[in-house]
Every structure is written in C-alpha cells, then in structure tokens.
Design a protein around this ligand. Structure first.
Ligand code: SF4
Length: 310
C-alpha cells in the first residue's frame, strides 16, 4: 500500500488541469506529489493482487497508446508550460518498457523546459525486470524518484498478502535502483501482521529497510474498512487486528531497529495514530522519546479512530 490517500489530482490552484486532461478515475498519487502535473500513461496496476489494496480493482491494467499520452502532454504544455514536476500514474507506471518510459521522458523534457523531476510508482516485479543500465538511462532522462511499497520484510506476511515477491528480491530490485541513482521513497504498513506477528514484522521489516537504505521511508497503518472480516480470514485463523497501542509499539520496534543513513522518515499519513517526522540517523532518539510520551498518554497524543483515513 503506497502512500495513495488522495484520489483527485490537483494541479494549478483552480484544478483547471481537469478541464484539459480527461483523467480515468480513480487517480491516486503520493501526498508529496500534490503540486505535480499528473499524467496517466498507464491505467490500473499490473500486479493488482495485494490483499490490503483495492485501489485499482475496478481497472484493468493497460499501457495507453502513445497518441493518447502525447495528447495529454501537449494539452498540459499548452496551459502549464512552466511545469517543474510530473507524476506518472497509475499504480505502477514503471511497468512500461524502458523504451516507452524514455519516449515519455524525452517528450516531457522537450515541452517543459523547467522540468526538474519525473516520478512514478513501481510495483513488486518492476524493479527486477530492468537492468541498472536501463534505470540509469531513465534517471539521466529525468526519472528521479520511484515510490515503492515494501509493506513488510517478513516473507510469511508478504506471501499471505500476495505481494508477489520475497524480501530478498525486493532488496535486490531496490539496490539496483539506488545504484542507478534513482531515489526510493518506500512505505511499510503497521499492523499488517496482526498482534501475534507484530514484533517479528517490525524486526524483519527494519532489516529489509536497512538493506535498501531508502532516501524516504513512510509508515502507514493498515485500514481494511468494509473488508475487515475478509482480510482477517485470509490472514489465517489466529489473526487479530492490532489496536492503536499495538500499532504505535510496532512503530517503536521498527524505528529502534532501523540503521539507515540520510533517510527521511514520516508517519504523517492519514492512516496513522501518531504523526512523526525526522531524519532517522539524526533524530532516532527524539522519535523514540516522542513515541514513549505518546504511549504513556495515548488519549492526549493518538488520533481518534474516526479521524484516521480522512
Ligand atoms: S502493487 Fe501497489 S497498487 Fe498494486 S495492488 Fe499492490 S499495493 Fe496496490
């Protein structure tokens, strides 16, 4: 579950971009792309199987024709020629071939002289399919950040939630991207393993994150909504949902076990009980102490359940 909590693209204070580009809903983007131009060269997610994610269940994955992509870029350039940031939707635009992405990147560079960065989501297998050289070429042509959902470092949990990849494969793919100079913004999901698996999930996730050493790390908290019972059923008969305290303790276990350099951490996603932010190598003790204060007085610090996800 990447950070995809805001379903509508917002570009230009008036939202006027929606009059130029006909978005095929739903459209999701990371919170940090709030002021980016959103383009949709792909629709849906090529994986689309993660048990906790229903964002693209109604969409069949497809890569749009170049003519459609080009028309959207041309339309956006006619009104927003000073665009600096572009986000390529939907769920894993990195599933496109290197040649397809390069074509988009080169055309964007041609039409937007101020362009600083292009970003997109990558799903589990995407990073395995491209070589370091291909990724380097993409980075040199403007692809600067990939958003990637690690979710858990526990192989049993990854299998149960149908992530379609092992922790080792994830590390392998992410290390390739880093070697190519692409920054990674990764997410993990608190509560994904339930109460019994919480400690192991935190420890094993920290271990994977340490090996990836991403530039950005965000923690989200599991929200299953109307699929609550179904999700628990699929996770096994001994699965019990974490409560708020369990989730914040899990966050503590995670942070305590992280050993990363220059990684900016955030838990300010709407799903979380406790918003935190800091650079991990410098602020770990402060983050842990904030968590301890919150755990000692949950009523004062924790977000109410009804406010999560808003
Ligand atoms: S890869 Fe990402 S977008 Fe696709 S189903 Fe999994 S969590 Fe959802």
């Amino acid at each position: 579950m990447e950070e995809k909590n805001i379903p509508l693209p917002r570009y230009g204070k008036t939202g006027g971009i929606e009059e130029l580009i006909e978005y095929i809903q739903p459209v999701y983007r990371p919170p940090s792309e709030a002021s980016s131009l959103i383009l949709q060269p792909t629709l849906g997610c090529s994986h689309n199987r993660c048990l906790f994610c229903y964002m693209y269940r109604e969409k069949r994955f497809r890569i749009r024709d170049w003519d459609e992509i080009k028309t959207d870029i041309d339309d956006a350039a006619s009104s927003y020629p000073r665009t600096r940031r572009v986000f390529l939707a939907d769920g894993d635009a990195f599933a496109m071939s290197t040649a397809q992405i390069l074509r988009i990147l080169r055309y964007l560079a041609e039409l937007f002289p101020d362009l600083e960065r292009v970003t997109c989501y990558a799903s589990p297998g995407n990073l395995l399919e491209k070589s370091v050289e291909e990724m380097r070429e993409l980075r040199e042509n403007g692809l600067k950040i990939l958003y990637y959902g690690v979710e858990s470092g526990d192989p049993d949990i990854l299998r149960k939630v149908k992530k379609g990849i092992s922790p080792g494969q994830m590390v392998h793919g992410c290390v390739k991207a880093t070697r190519a100079g692409i920054k990674l913004s990764v997410t993990v999901i608190l509560g994904l393993a339930g109460r019994k698996g919480s400690f192991r999930h935190a420890r094993k996730t920290a271990r994977v994150i340490n090996r990836i050493n991403p530039r950005y790390l965000s923690a989200l908290t599991l929200i299953t909504g109307p699929r609550k019972e179904r999700f628990a059923e699929m996770m096994g008969e001994d699965f019990q949902y974490n409560d708020a305290v369990d989730n914040v303790r899990e966050l503590r276990d995670l942070i305590e076990n992280l050993e990363v350099t220059k990684c900016i951490f955030r838990s300010n996603h709407a799903s979380n009980y406790l918003p935190l932010a800091g650079t991990l190598s410098k602020s770990r003790e402060r983050l842990l102490s904030e968590i301890d204060s919150a755990l000692a007085n949950p009523d004062d610090y924790f977000k109410d359940d009804w406010m999560r996800g808003l």
